[in-house]
Design a protein around this ligand. Structure first.
Ligand SMILES: O=C(O)c1cc(C(=O)O)c2c(n1)C(=O)C(=O)c1cc(C(=O)O)[nH]c1-2
Length: 245
């Protein structure tokens, strides 16, 4: 790996290469999900586990927000929290994810309790929250950059799932529609921040490592789902067990 100072454009290219190699769009569970190869119980397991990620996103954003030094930066980041928590009148992402859980046939209270999620989900999501809390502000911002790649996977997932599961309807997947505009807005801001502030070799290397870490957070959640619900199918004690189809 070269350890030269990259131009901002080269840094962006290096970040995008990490996404091309490591983003969870390359995971076999994602393919099975959008190709219609999963049973309803397996899709339920995905929705139930992914809820924990959704629920912790504003928690990690609140810890990041607290460290931003200016009103302008805080205003920008605050929007992310509102997107997920809602404003008391319009539902936010957490509430919309619960509609998805309900839409795939599970009681949303089972997602909210988090009692039945996989240990991999809990460890990976908690590691993300702790990373953002404990690392530099620059690394924390950089770890959100997987969102550069999410519009593509979301478009793939939504069209694939609507095409391939007759029991999934458009309103079930409504969670994802606002993400297609929120994610580019958020990641454009984070990318500009990172390109402006990663002005030394060590900072650039830390930024690249932060994005690799975050790809691992997403990847290991799908690994957990695959191991428990696809093959070999070892569901950890206490975790969600799909009803027999
Ligand atoms: O559907 C997806 O594949 C996907 C991926 C990601 C991501 O790349 O972290 C996020 C989301 N969705 C998402 O809905 C979301 O709100 C979100 C927030 C963040 C973040 O790191 O701050 N990532 C993501």
């Amino acid at each position: 790996m070269s350890m030269e100072l990259l131009s901002p454009e080269e840094l962006e290219e290096a970040l995008r290469r990490i996404g091309a190699e490591r983003y969870h769009s390359n995971h076999p569970f994602h393919r099975l999900l959008h190709d219609g190869k999963l049973t309803r119980g397996q899709v339920q397991a995905w929705a139930l586990n992914r809820y924990y990620y959704q629920a912790q996103i504003p928690v990690k954003d609140a810890s990041l927000l607290a460290r931003l030094p200016t009103a302008e930066l805080r205003r920008e980041w605050r929007r992310r929290i509102e997107d997920h928590d809602g404003d008391g009148t319009r539902p936010g992402g957490i509430e919309r994810w619960l509609k998805l859980v309900e839409g795939v046939g599970l009681d949303p209270a089972r997602a909210v309790s988090t009692a039945e999620i996989l240990p991999e989900t809990r460890f990976a999501v908690d590691a993300y929250v702790h990373f953002v809390r404990d690392r530099s502000l620059l690394e924390a911002v950089a770890s959100s950059l997987t969102e550069l790649f999410s519009p593509t996977i979301i478009a793939e997932r939504v069209s694939g799932m609507l095409r391939n599961y007759e029991w999934i309807h458009e309103d079930t997947l409504a969670y994802f529609t606002p993400r297609l505009t929120q994610a580019p807005r958020d990641s454009d801001f984070a990318l500009a921040y990172v390109k402006a502030h990663a002005d030394a070799v060590e900072k650039q290397q830390a930024v690249l490592a932060a994005l690799r870490f975050k790809c691992d957070v997403l990847w290991s959640q799908l690994d957990g789902l695959y191991y428990a619900y696809v093959a070999p199918g070892f569901v950890p004690p206490g975790a969600f067990v799909p009803e027999a189809a």
